[in-house]
Design a protein around this ligand. Sequence first.
Ligand code: HEC
Length: 199
Amino acid sequence: MTEPSTMRFRLLLTVMILGVFRTAWAQSPTYGLGKTPSAEEIHAWDISIGPEGKELPPGHGTAKEGAQLFAQKCSMCHGENGEGNGASAPTVIKNEGKPVISSPSNQPGPLMATHAPYATTIWDYISRGMPFGQEGSLKPDEVYALTAFLLFKGGVIQEGDVMDAQSLPKVKMPNRDGYAPLPEYKRGAPRIFANKTGQ
Ligand code: HEC
């Protein structure tokens, strides 16, 4: 016999599925909820930075400024020397001053400052994702300085190099050529990362 609770669940599921179809059928559903975002609102959310850094805001920073900021805003999680803190925050500085090049025998782990293909990726990540829990609180100057600091510690730039919207995209990342473009996927082709059963 089917439990009454299971039956209720099935009924609910049916109603939900019908609801999805109803939405798909409706020509122009107006639920009286929400509003179309304005151009400014979309602009405020659209803060990601591409490889060429065209979207980078004005501002600048050096590794020296970044070192101070790192001590204030990042070291409590990532460790005083960026060594990481077990499972709670990853290593962000390793082999100080020596670029870590990715190879099967030298896995850099999640070391963005040297592993990322573009320096702008690090700017974007810090700007959008750090400090963890207070995302979005850093000013552009601070993000430039922190990016410069991690790049300097990774042996990618010099301590005095000023990072700004022009210089950052020009930084040649040590692992830039370590990425292979994925071949175009054709329907029915075997998966590139197949599991043990080949599926
Ligand atoms: C509250 C703890 C916390 C603070 C403070 C914090 N982080 Fe993080 N950070 C994390 C965690 C957790 C991750 C991993 C997030 C994930 O994998 O989704 C991370 C990831 C990162 C990464 C990517 C790791 C890598 O190298 O690939 C970078 C870079 C980074 N943080 C930089 C910073 C900087 C710069 C600051 C200071 C402005 C900062 N973090 C402050 C917890 C923190």
